[in-house]
Design a protein around this ligand. Structure first.
Ligand code: PEP
Ligand code: MN
Length: 369
């Protein structure tokens, strides 16, 4: 898959007042007082570069608070006038785009429930044609990298070059510690496909609770993401939406102080030399692993032919259990993570089974008399 985006660097269109970039604000604009007071408290921290607030809220069930609507845009305008913070809102229809632009919103974002739907994204993209405004695209609800890329492409094709992605995690059927599984590998894959595209992490919607936010935010920074979007409400206990995951501006400021900013690279010569040496060692080991894997698969090939020629099934459960137990114990003794070793062995095993299935279905090498 390819992703060719024509984009401008983040720092050319966004004034980052404090590192790391922090976009903060309530999940929803509720009242003028709530939004303005929250905005002032956030501005006072000196750590916030953009004020966010949901005006139109995509809710799972009808009858819940669906956002304050257009009036909230005027509150955002006022918040910007009073604090100087640029503003960001979620748009999900052409009408939202029009209204947000008219009200002078600085940044638009496409929500996770919109990114899943190419019709919706195209409608938003069409409404953005000829407009020069930054747009951030959240990942789709489901773990589908193509949908995320497709939405970025549609917005970019409409002429939006001030573009960023927001990683807000993915819905999963199983209950886990996260409201939305981070599935970091998908954000990393996006970064690999489009290294110039800034990715902002949204720990609030990944975690769904306050307790895990620091951990996720730190991990995002360690993965070299370009910023954070964190929900903040002046009194989360009475928030109309996402009450469990919002932080007070003071708590948010304290959390930011606890994060460690590391640089993606170092110019230090000694560091560079040492890193290059360590990477050389890794490259050598990777080559050995691949070579050993090829050797293993050659033996699998022989076993497959042998089983086929003797009319024996591919899978012997006892043998597999024995492998898992023995290798698991060995791996533990070597201080390897059991979960990692288990997954690795399962992957190797399933490839062995696939190979043997191929052999079973192929003609025997030696014709039976
Ligand atoms: C939000 O940012 O408030 C929101 C609705 O997020 P998401 O689209 O990630 O669910
Ligand atoms: Mn929210």
């Amino acid at each position: 898959m390819k992703l060719n985006l024509n984009i401008q660097p983040l720092n050319s269109w966004l004034k980052i007042t404090s590192e790391p970039l922090l976009i903060a604000g309530p999940c929803s604009a509720e009242t003028e007082e709530q939004l303005i007071a929250t905005a002032h408290l956030l501005a006072k921290t000196g750590k916030v570069s953009v004020l966010r607030a949901g005006i139109w809220k995509p809710r799972t069930r009808p009858g819940e608070f669906e956002g304050i609507g257009s009036i909230g845009l005027q509150w955002l305008k006022l918040a910007k006038e009073e604090t100087g913070l640029p503003t960001a809102v979620e748009v999900a229809t052409a009408k939202h785009v029009e209204e947000a632009l008219k009200a002078g919103v600085d940044i638009l974002w496409v929500g996770a429930r919109s990114t899943v739907n190419p019709f919706t994204v195209q409608e938003i993209a069409d409404a953005l044609k000829g407009v020069d405004i930054p747009v951030m695209v959240k990942n789709p609800v489901n773990p589908d990298l193509s949908l995320w890329c497709g939405a970025l492409e549609r917005i970019n094709n409409a002429g939006i070059t001030k573009l960023a992605a927001i990683h807000r995690g993915f819905s999963s059927y199983e209950k886990t510690a996260f409201r939305n599984e981070p599935m970091w590998e998908l954000a990393i894959q996006l970064k690999t496909l489009a290294p110039e595209l800034p990715i902002i992490n949204d720990p609030s919607h990944i975690c769904g609770n306050r307790e895990l936010i620091q951990y996720v935010a730190q991990k995002a920074l360690d993965l070299d993401m370009q910023g954070l979007m964190i929900e903040s409400h002046l009194d989360p206990s009475i928030a109309w939406t996402d009450a469990k995951q919002q932080l007070t501006p003071v708590a948010l400021s304290e959390l930011m102080d606890l994060l460690t900013l590391r640089k993606p690279e170092s110019r230090d010569k000694e560091f560079a030399d040492k890193l290059a040496q360590l990477r050389k060692n890794i490259d050598k080991i990777d080559d050995q692993i691949i070579q050993k894997m090829a050797e293993r698969m050659q033996i699998v090939q022989k076993i497959g032919e042998y089983k086929r020629d003797n009319g024996v099934t591919i899978l012997q459960v006892n043998r597999w259990d024995e492998i898992m137990n023995k290798r698991g114990a060995f791996a533990s003794a070597l201080k390897l993570d059991l979960n990692f070793t288990g997954k690795l062995l399962e992957l190797i095993h399933s490839e062995s089974i696939r190979k043997q299935t191929e052999i079973m279905n192929a003609k025997p090498l030696v014709e039976e008399k």
